[in-house]
Design a protein around this ligand. Structure first.
Ligand SMILES: CCCCCCCCCCCC(=O)SCCNC(=O)CCNC(=O)[C@H](O)C(C)(C)COP(=O)(O)OP(=O)(O)OC[C@H]1O[C@@H](n2cnc3c(N)ncnc32)[C@H](O)[C@@H]1OP(=O)(O)O
Length: 190
């Protein structure tokens, strides 16, 4: 298996560009210590889960080194303008793809920042072929870039993105945050 070389060009800003001294990515595959039953078997993800009835069902196709390929079939429910995909959902499909790059480096990560460039509209009924790759790792921070092409892996580029993913402890996913989600008590000072 050949690991693709680290690519630097793209839409990244200073906050999504690896700093001086960042390490090259090392693809290990998902760390089994991070993929507990709760995480690994979870099918409720809006991005890719089979149990998410209204989800995007982004299909994970292939992993080569630190590069991940996915596909997003744009359905009528994903429209923004008539017949065209909503940009926010395209960003979600990209988030899903770039996030899985970080997990395939064996890192339990969440999205800290996601930047997107939209280059062409994506029609309903079309398949967006997404690709994400890691540009560097610095401490808890994983820098990822990606692109989505219409109709095939060599089709026209519709979206480009750069993201910063941050490693978190297991507790990030297991902590009960219900109380935090409730409105603050009346009269409480903010
Ligand atoms: C096979 C399985 C597939 C599985 C495939 C899975 C795919 C999942 C795809 C979906 C992923 C999601 O949508 S995740 C859901 C959306 N994201 C979230 O909910 C995250 C919410 N945010 C947070 O929880 C927090 O803000 C964190 C964890 C991101 C950071 O908080 P923290 O842990 O306190 O750490 P903090 O010190 O603030 O940040 C750590 C370092 O990152 C930097 N940093 C943090 N945020 C930013 C930012 N927006 N822009 C620049 N830099 C940032 C800080 O400056 C710092 O740098 P330095 O000082 O170290 O240099």
């Amino acid at each position: 298996m050949t690991t693709p070389s680290v690519r630097r060009p793209g839409p990244a800003s200073s906050r999504t560009t690896p700093p001086e001294g960042a390490a090259a990515p090392v693809a290990t595959g998902p760390d089994p210590r991070h993929t507990t039953e709760r995480m690994m078997d979870f099918q409720g993800c809006f991005g890719c889960g089979a149990d998410a009835a209204d989800g995007l069902r982004v299909a994970h196709r292939d992993v080569t080194g630190h590069e991940v390929r996915t596909e997003f079939t744009v359905r009528e429910a994903h429209q923004g303008a008539p017949g065209l995909a909503h940009g926010g959902l395209l960003a979600t499909a990209m988030d899903e793809t770039l996030g899985s790059v970080a997990w395939h480096l064996g890192k339990r990560c969440v999205t800290g920042r996601l930047e997107t460039d939209y280059l062409a509209p994506v029609p309903v009924g079309g398949v967006l072929h997404l690709r994400g790759w890691c540009t560097g790792v610095h401490g808890r921070k994983v820098y990822v870039e990606g692109e989505g092409r219409i109709g095939g892996p060599d089709g026209p580029v519709a979206i480009r993105a750069a993201g910063l993913f941050v490693e978190v402890p297991e507790e990030h996913f297991t902590r009960d945050r219900t109380a935090e989600a409730r409105p603050a008590a009346a009269g409480a000072e903010g």
